[in-house]
Design a protein around this ligand. Structure first.
Ligand SMILES: *Cc1c(COP(=O)(O)O)cnc(C)c1O
Length: 346
């Protein structure tokens, strides 16, 4: 059992719907979404299509399914998808890109980012009968495993322009696009504009219990709807969840800057520990990824010891730990978590 004053910094997915969000869910108008008759889901899809600057948007039960459906829509089995290193699509989806879409992933760049030149160098030449076809480039913004970093928008534009010239489709895994917008001061519309398709999540910083949408050109969304059904993700009175997403958009999106400030305070407090290696420049949003120096205990040990002191963290590698701020942790709780961790690390 965790102590009663436990502070959970494992992920921004651990938030519970607030009473106001539950209220919005209880009041949601619903219908059968497989007949296109769920008014709340239709409203969410229309709002998100406009917000992301695309023709249409489609509800998805999870971001993991949104990513798979995007790749199934944009690529064929045997094709190649280029991503940044340690992208969610290659690392956190139990091989779904290969198992469900039949594609292979090629990772390029460093620290969650890559350049147009690195992208171009990785494209397999056309015309030789031995190469797989490179058909999709995917960017994750913010990039989770790189510490919630924001992908530089100038480079996004250069990469997507190059992709278009080479007839390669572009996809934005924007599970945390809200955080990228809050941190960069650019709108979601601007951040998504260079891409053919984009997914966003409601169950991270926005605090909803589930759900994502995938947005793009109308014909792509029509195809995506068939792939969603094939994966078993087509739902019925899903307006109950869409209402939570709409509530999160209106009520919780404006406060993401608080999560970012809390992450920075937490990171600044622990960065001076002798055991910790932490590049404060990588703390741009609500994620703090730090490394344990040689001689310090490993990540599993630190995570277990922190749990005993009522701080929940995630081991992200043998010597890498992740902490994430969110709706359910205040500035005071983040300060307290940092104090407990500093006293543990010495
Ligand atoms: C969480 C996450 C997803 C998947 O979302 P789920 O709803 O948890 O399946 C996809 N991409 C990134 C970058 C994420 O952080």
């Amino acid at each position: 059992m965790n102590p009663p004053d436990t502070i959970d910094l494992r992920s921004d997915t651990v938030t519970r719907p607030t009473p106001a969000m539950r209220d919005a869910m209880a009041r949601a108008e619903v219908g059968d979404d497989q007949y296109g008759e769920d008014p709340t889901t239709n409203l969410l899809q229309e709002r998100l299509a406009a917000l992301l600057g695309k023709d249409a948007a489609l509800w998805m039960p999870s971001g993991t399914m949104a990513n798979q459906v995007a790749v199934m829509t944009l690529a064929r089995a045997g094709d190649e998808v280029i991503t940044a290193r340690e992208a969610h699509a290659g690392w956190h989806e139990v091989g779904a890109a290969a198992a469900n879409a039949g594609v292979q992933i090629v990772e390029v760049g460093t620290a969650g980012k890559f350049t147009r030149e690195q992208f171009e160098a990785a494209i397999k030449p056309a015309g030789l009968p031995v190469f797989p076809a490179t058909t999709v480039v995917e960017i994750e913004n913010t990039h989770n495993r790189a510490g919630g970093i924001v992908f530089p928008q100038d480079e996004v534009v250069r990469i997507c322009t190059c992709a278009r010239e080479r007839s390669i489709a572009s996809f934005l895994d924007g599970a945390r696009l809200w955080n990228a917008a809050a941190a960069s001061g650019r709108s979601e519309t601007e951040l998504a504009a260079p891409f053919d398709m984009v997914s966003v999540s409601f169950s991270k910083g926005l605090g909803a219990p589930a759900g994502s949408v995938l947005a793009g050109p109308r014909d792509s969304i029509t195809r995506a709807s068939r792939f969603r059904r094939r994966l078993g993700g087509a739902m019925r009175q899903v307006g109950i969840l869409a209402a939570a997403a709409l509530h999160g958009l209106d009520e919780h999106r404006p406060r993401l800057v608080d999560d970012h400030a809390n992450a920075r305070r937490f990171a600044t407090s622990i960065a001076n520990c002798a055991a910790v290696q932490l590049d404060l420049a990588s703390v741009q949003t609500n994620i703090v990824v730090f490394h344990l120096k040689p001689g310090a205990p490993d990540a599993a040990t630190v995570v277990a010891q922190a749990r005993q002191r009522g701080v929940l963290l995630g081991a992200f590698g043998p010597r890498t730990v992740r902490a994430v701020t969110h709706l359910d942790v205040s500035a005071r709780m983040c300060d307290e978590a940092a104090l407990r961790l500093v006293s543990l690390l010495g």
